[in-house]
Design a protein around this ligand. Structure first.
Ligand code: AOF
Ligand code: ZN
Length: 408
């Protein structure tokens, strides 16, 4: 596999960023030819669309006049709706500004394809935009440099930040699931856990409500809200009969729900059905009568048994994630019990842990995942701390498995 290195000298196995990088090599990377403040603002505007945009990337666009004054801003709308560039141009026109000769700052390459909407690069050209400054190339193979090429061919000046610019990393982090789906063909998998300071996620009798405080629970809902799908297992459905939707914060988009239910045991009156959203159930053992009953309740049942001997009675979790990527799932938020958590971790399918840690000791109790005991400390699953914050009285620790974000 080819090696990539960034400005910090870090080397990582690249997962098919080749197309994108070679496109950038022939574009004109410039050492920040534009005011930093405008680029930072472009990313801030992109962030405003973060809960709304998935499965599209959250993109920001600002339109400036020749003096560098901001005329209008826009971010990606809900799927099927206008992209950032169209929103910004519409706002500029609505305020009576001329677009001819203006500069568009964008956090991602303007699209060149006919997807659910038309190509932004053509709309920018038609409006007379003179210059486009972009933070990153679109990793979508249907775009991947063609947006820039089309703009240049139409006489628009194009500047793209060099890939080692820290803002490029920030822009990719903002849409980490989109980059994962485009480049790895599998979603970014984030596992959420709430534990005591001694690492317990429930008492021996299963009681777990609530270990962490209100702030951590609200933040947990914000984590659900950014994801394309929430993933859980039958153990959690039986133990908690949860809704697993976003309630504690405002959002206009409910993430899809994904349930691993190898034997199709989901009760037809489970509260999971009470929320209007896309609901996928992955099973290993066919039961067409139960499938029909679950589908009559609004779910879609997918049979995906393992292919190895002894695994035919369990869902092939890696194949399930690839299937979810094909269904345009960028980020998967796992909120499950220790059994499914253990299966995902053992299979090496988790990218990131978001752990809320309460300053409590629960002594005896359950851990976050069912994992076999290790004989040697060298066998420990190795993560790196990515971010540590306070959340009310609790801590929020984001940790990533070594090398999992190397495609960024
Ligand atoms: C842009 N501006 O704000 C976003 C872009 O199906 P469509 O037409 O909505 O296109 C979705 C694709 O457009 C998406 O996969 C990504 O490649 C690009 N996203 N492009 O010019 C935007 N969100
Ligand atoms: Zn577009």
């Amino acid at each position: 596999m080819p090696e990539q290195s960034d400005s910090s000298g870090r080397h990582s196995a690249s997962i098919s960023r080749q197309t994108v990088n070679s496109v950038q090599a022939i574009s004109t990377p410039v050492p920040r030819p534009v005011p930093d403040a405008l680029l930072h603002r472009t990313l801030q505007v992109a962030t405003q669309g973060r809960l709304l945009a998935p499965p599209n990337p959250a993109v920001g666009c600002i339109i400036c006049n020749a003096q560098g004054q901001i005329l209008a801003e826009g971010h990606t709308q809900a799927v099927g709706g206008p992209h950032a560039e169209i929103m910004a141009m519409r706002t500029a026109v609505a305020h009576g500004h001329a677009l001819a000769g203006a500069t568009a700052y964008v956090s991602l390459e303007p699209c060149s394809h006919h997807g659910r909407t038309g190509p932004c690069c053509d709309a920018l050209t038609a409006a007379g935009i003179q210059r486009v400054v972009a933070i990153d190339t679109d990793p979508n193979p249907r775009v991947a440099g063609q947006g820039f090429a089309r703009l240049r061919a139409a006489g628009v000046q194009v500047h793209v930040l060099p890939t080692n610019d820290p803002l490029v990393k920030q822009a990719r982090e903002l849409n980490i699931g989109f980059y994962s789906r485009m480049l790895r063909k599998t979603p970014w998998v984030r596992m959420k856990v709430a534990s005591s300071l001694d690492g317990r996620t429930a008492l021996n009798n299963g009681a777990s409500q609530w270990i962490t405080g209100d702030a951590a629970r609200a933040d947990g809902h914000a984590q659900r809200a950014r994801a394309c799908a929430v993933l859980t297992g039958m153990g959690t459905v039986m133990a908690d009969n949860p809704l697993l939707n976003v309630r504690a914060i405002a959002t206009t988009r409910q993430p899809h729900l994904v349930l691993v239910d190898s034997r199709l045991e989901t009760p037809l009156d489970a509260r999971l059905f009470d929320v209007a959203r896309t609901f996928y159930i992955y099973a290993a053992i066919a039961n067409d009568a139960k499938k029909a009953a679950l589908e009559a309740r609004g779910a879609t049942v997918i049979y995906l048994p393992g292919t190895q001997e002894g695994s035919q009675h369990k869902v092939d979790l890696a194949a399930m994630l690839r299937d979810l990527a094909q269904r345009e799932i960028n980020e998967v938020h796992v909120e499950a019990g220790h059994q499914l958590n253990g299966s995902l971790l053992r299979a090496g399918l988790v990218d990131e842990l978001v752990t809320y840690v309460a300053p409590k000791l629960l002594a005896e109790g359950r851990g976050m995942a069912q994992l076999p005991p290790l004989a040697d400390l060298n066998q420990a699953l190795q993560l790196n701390f990515h971010a540590i914050d306070r959340s009310g009285p609790d801590l929020r620790i984001v940790a990533r498995f070594e090398g999992r974000d190397c495609f960024l």
